[in-house]
Design a protein around this ligand. Structure first.
Ligand code: NAD
Length: 258
């Protein structure tokens, strides 16, 4: 029954090439470290040049950095071109770059620029990146894509219309791409993190009132870690998830259960 595990190579990503958007920080950096630890070559792709270059420099010769602004389609195409130039192929893409939503004074007064910015960074950026990645993966015989959604991919919260719309969009786009790319041997999945301690949430989690509110929402009664999200990302990216495509795997300590 367990024969399928016989002779399994523990390095799930040996000889694989990965790109991680938003890889310079938080969840993306944890995924980058995990991929490297299991044998992949990894391109960190991020808008933050200083941090990206620093982290890639720390992580060694199998890691490199490319600047990307996922809000721009041509920047995503350049990102993939750089991966191919540097590492020769693309097998795994983690589309994780994202920004939080500045809370609007009210729904009616949400500035259109804020709406556009959140939708373009958190939703359109995933599409632009996937389009460029899929082309390279199809040419290379297949691949695996994991997008970072959120609990906001399945439930709404007060004061976050653009973020909730974008993250619901990521879940839908993941399903659509999973169907469209199946013939190319490309699986597409997403993770839905709950409240995770990263630079994005660190200040809020330091505020006792906000932190208490977050924890009251989470049955596990603690924030998650970037590593806990990265482990699910790596599972979905790996051949361990070979029959899984189009799914949104929640990593939320039970937040969306009630
Ligand atoms: P983070 O701020 O630590 O990392 C986000 C990274 O994305 C940064 O390095 C940033 O420079 C990069 N980035 C932002 N805009 C970009 C752009 N236009 N182009 C390229 N890079 C860009 O945050 P994190 O918590 O690790 O978030 C990662 C993802 O997880 C995001 O998509 C976020 O929405 C999602 N998420 C986070 C939480 C949480 O609680 N931390 C919960 C649910 C979902």
């Amino acid at each position: 029954m367990w024969g399928c595990f016989n002779g399994r190579d523990d390095l799930r990503f040996k000889d694989k090439v990965a790109v991680v958007t938003g890889g310079a920080s938080g969840i993306g950096l944890a995924a980058t470290r995990g991929l490297l630890a299991e044998g992949a070559k990894v391109m960190i792709a991020d808008a933050d040049v200083e941090r990206g270059e620093h982290e890639a420099g720390e992580l060694g010769a199998l890691c490199d950095f490319v600047r990307v602004d996922v809000r721009r389609p041509e920047s995503c195409a350049d990102m993939v071109a750089r991966v191919l130039e540097r590492f020769g192929r693309l097998d795994i893409a983690i589309n994780n770059a994202g920004i939080p939503a500045p809370p609007p004074p009210s729904f009616e007064t949400l500035p259109v620029e804020d709406w556009d910015n959140v939708i373009s960074a958190n939703l359109s950026g995933v599409f632009y990146a996937m389009r460029a990645e899929a082309k390279a993966m199809r040419a290379g015989g297949g691949g695996s894509i994991v997008n970072t959604g959120s609990v906001a991919s399945v439930v709404a919260n007060v004061g976050m219309p653009a973020y909730v719309a974008a993250k619901h969009g990521v879940a839908g786009l993941t399903k659509a791409a999973a169907l469209d790319l199946l013939d190319a041997g490309i699986r597409v999945n997403a993770v839905g993190p709950g409240i995770i301690e990263t630079p994005m949430t660190r200040d809020a989690l330091r505020d006792p009132e906000i932190a208490a509110g977050y924890l009251a929402m989470t049955p596990a009664a603690r924030p998650g870690t970037a590593d806990e999200v990265a482990r699910t990302i790596l599972f979905l990216a790996s051949d361990d998830a070979s029959f899984t495509t189009g799914t949104l795997a929640m990593v939320d300590g039970g937040l969306t259960l009630r």
